[in-house]
Design a protein around this ligand. Structure first.
Ligand code: PMP
Length: 291
C-alpha cells in the first residue's frame, strides 16, 4: 500500500505517497493513541465531509488529544487531496496520532500528527448482485462496556477486536462478523452498523457502546422520509429469527443486504432494495446540492 503513486496530505503539506513516513517510536503505534476517519467522495465531493471532520476532532478529544486543525481546515485539506489525486470517486482516510517525541504511557507533550490519504474503493452498484445478500458469522469477541473503552471515538485501538473477528469470519467463509455487545445484545459488524426489518418497520441497536455511524444516521433519515418507522432499541440474538430483512451500512459498505447470520437466514426485500437505491442517490453531489 505504501508504494503507490499519488499525494498524501501530511501535517499541512502534500507529500509524494511513497515519502509519507513516520518513526517506529511513534506513540500511536505503541499505545494506540490514534484516531481515524473513513469517508467517500462521489463525483469529486466528499459525502458529509463536515460531519466526518467533526467526529474526527471529537474522537481525538475523547483520547485526550487535540487535532491541530479546525473543521474548516480539515474539510479543505480533504478536498485538496481528492482533487490532487485526480480520481473523483475515492475512499478518504484521515488519521491522527501522537508522535515520537515521548515514549511512555504519558505523552502530553508528544506532537499530534495528521495525514489524509485517498484511494479507489469501488462501490458495488449492481443491485441484483447486492440483493443476494452477504453471509455473517457471529463474532466471539464482544464490543466492550463504554465504561471500559472510549466507545464513541473512532479510535484505532478499538479495531483490534474487529480485525481478529473479521479474520476468523473470513477463514470460515463468511463475508464479515456480527458482534454482540458486552451484555450479549446485537451491536454492529466489524466496520458497519446493522439494521433489521419486521412488519414494515426498521429495528436497529442503540449506539451506546459502538460507533453511531454517519451512514446509520443517514439511513434512519432516508427510512423516515419513506414513512417507515425506525425503532432504536436493545436487540437480543434470540430475536433474529423473527426479522424479515437485515442489512448493514457504513461508509465503505454503503447499504449491503444480509442473507445469513450464523444459523439464521434473511430474505433481502423491498426495504433493503429501496434503501440501497435511496442511499446511492443521496450521496450524489447533485442530491446534496438540491437538499
Ligand atoms: N462501526 C464500525 C466499527 C465502523 O468501522 C464503521 C465505519 N466507519 C461504522 C460502524 C459505520 O460508520 P460510518 O457510517 O460513519 O462510516
Amino acid at each position: 500500500f505504501d508504494q503507490r503513486d499519488g499525494w498524501i496530505w501530511f501535517n499541512g503539506q502534500l507529500v509524494p505517497w511513497k515519502e509519507a513516513k513516520l518513526h517506529v517510536l511513534s506513540h500511536g503505534l505503541h499505545y494506540a493513541s490514534s484516531v481515524f476517519e473513513g469517508e467517500r467522495a462521489y463525483g469529486g465531493v466528499i459525502f458529509k465531509s463536515r460531519e466526518h471532520s467533526e467526529r474526527f476532532r471529537r474522537s481525538a478529544q475523547i483520547l485526550d488529544f487535540e487535532i491541530p486543525y479546525s473543521v474548516e481546515e480539515l474539510d479543505a485539506a480533504k478536498a485538496l487531496v481528492v482533487e490532487k489525486n485526480g480520481n473523483p470517486d475515492v475512499y478518504v482516510r484521515p488519521v491522527a496520532w501522537r508522535g515520537s517525541e515521548m515514549m511512555a504511557v504519558a505523552a502530553q507533550h508528544a506532537k499530534v500528527h495528521v495525514a489524509i490519504a485517498v484511494w479507489p474503493w469501488p462501490s458495488m452498484f449492481d443491485i441484483n448482485e447486492k440483493m443476494k445478500g452477504i453471509r455473517l458469522d457471529i463474532a466471539e469477541y464482544r464490543r466492550p462496556d463504554p465504561q471500559t473503552a472510549p466507545a464513541a471515538s473512532k479510535a484505532a485501538g478499538l479495531y483490534m477486536i474487529c480485525t481478529i473477528s473479521k479474520h476468523a469470519a473470513e477463514r470460515k467463509g463468511y463475508a464479515d462478523a456480527m458482534m454482540l455487545d458486552w451484555q450479549g445484545r446485537v451491536a454492529e459488524c466489524t466496520g458497519a452498523n446493522i439494521f433489521f426489518t419486521r412488519d414494515g418497520a426498521l429495528h436497529t441497536p442503540i449506539a451506546d457502546c459502538f460507533l453511531d455511524g454517519i451512514t446509520r444516521r443517514t439511513v434512519i433519515d432516508l427510512a423516515q422520509r419513506r414513512g417507515w418507522e425506525v425503532v432504536e432499541r436493545r436487540i437480543m440474538p434470540d430475536e433474529l429469527p423473527t426479522f424479515n430483512e437485515c442489512f448493514i451500512c457504513g461508509t465503505g459498505a454503503e447499504v449491503t443486504p444480509v442473507s445469513e447470520i450464523g444459523p439464521y437466514t434473511f430474505r433481502p426485500g423491498n426495504i433493503s432494495r429501496t434503501l440501497v437505491e435511496d442511499y446511492a442517490a443521496e450521496v450524489q453531489p447533485r442530491a446534496r446540492a438540491a437538499a
